[in-house]
Design a protein around this ligand. Structure first.
Ligand SMILES: [Zn+2]
Length: 63
């Protein structure tokens, strides 16, 4: 899966806060995800991101 900034991931597993959607805030070797429910950020590898992703939605205002 290719991720881009602003994309939204719906996870297979809920975060500790109960939310399961994440916004991609940075890409690269590691991907930085921000929890849409509690606002916390986590870093995951692309492999880990693929594991937690159920659905992925590209940013609507892609430039
Ligand atoms: Zn959270």
């Amino acid at each position: 899966m290719k991720y881009s900034v602003g994309g939204v991931i719906t996870g297979k597993k809920a975060h500790a806060c109960g939310g399961n959607t994440w916004t991609v805030v940075r890409t690269g070797a590691d991907i930085k995800l921000k929890c849409n429910t509690c606002g916390r950020c986590i870093f995951v590898s692309t492999e880990q991101a693929d594991k937690i992703t159920k659905t992925y939605k590209e940013a609507e205002n892609k430039q």
